[in-house]
Design a protein around this ligand. Structure first.
Ligand code: C5P
Length: 229
């Protein structure tokens, strides 16, 4: 169960992130390093996590021409990260190039596609020239991601059920943020689910940030996620 918990390391410094990771050693599966931390600390922080034996989810949401993305994927694979994200809206050729780069490197990295950011609604899609509703756009991009050889998708727990049904029998993994234990502070998340709800909707991994990182006792908070799947 604990392998299924990914902790979002949303800290301004690598020092804070490494300190929390040390406390959480053995209590969770993977640590997510996102853009803020990566831009401020760079790949040396990822190396520091790896040399401490921590698994890393590098959440860079790559989106560029196929050649650039393939080379960036190669660079990330060299860091031996467990998971890496790219935007499915970069298109089929971009995702195929990424999947080929991973295959050529025979890397264990799971390539995850981001479909529609959960900060966008139907009106936002129209303004950027895309066809609403969001749920259909998510479905279209998810299909393209699966055809292109990605290993999984990052999605809202509210989309997990739909996607699980759509890809029934496929090994595609679903990773869902927006998780709050029953009764917890929601913060800026709009549509949350409890861990139990997310797993029963079909999530394979949960991304949890503040319910663990901002808890008075992060170790106890992490343990409270065990036995919930
Ligand atoms: O603190 P909290 O549990 O809300 O953190 C969730 C993490 O998942 C953050 O790193 C956030 O950026 C990320 N995320 C999200 N919703 C998405 C995609 C990523 O909350 N749709």
């Amino acid at each position: 169960m604990k392998e299924k918990i990914i902790v979002a390391m949303d800290f301004p410094t690598g020092r804070e992130a490494l300190a929390l990771a040390e406390k959480l050693r053995g209590l969770v599966g993977v640590f997510k390093i996102g853009l803020e931390l990566f831009i401020s600390e760079g790949s040396s922080l990822v190396r520091a996590f790896r040399s401490e034996g921590h698994e890393v989810f590098l959440d860079l949401k790559l989106h560029d021409i196929p050649n650039t993305v393939a080379r960036s994927v190669e660079a990330a694979l060299a860091l031996d990260v467990r998971m890496l994200t790219l935007h499915t809206s970069g298109g089929g050729a971009m995702m195929v190039a990424a999947a080929k780069a991973r295959q050529a490197a025979q890397a264990r990295t799971i390539l995850l596609g981001v479909t529609v950011l959960t900060s966008l609604d139907d009106g936002d899609l129209e303004k950027i020239g895309l066809r609403p509703p969001v749920s259909e756009q998510v479905g279209r991009l998810a299909e393209l991601a699966a055809e292109s050889g990605l290993d999984g998708l990052v999605c809202s727990p509210h989309e997990a059920g739909l996607l699980k049904k759509k890809f029934a029998g496929s090994p595609l993994v679903l990773v869902t943020p927006g998780i709050r234990p029953p009764g917890a502070t929601v913060g800026d998340q709009k549509r949350t689910m409890t861990p139990q709800e997310a797993f029963s909707a079909g999530a394979d991994y949960l991304v949890v940030g503040r319910p663990i990182t901002a808890a008075p006792d992060p170790m106890e908070a992490a343990k409270s996620f065990w036995n919930l799947g």
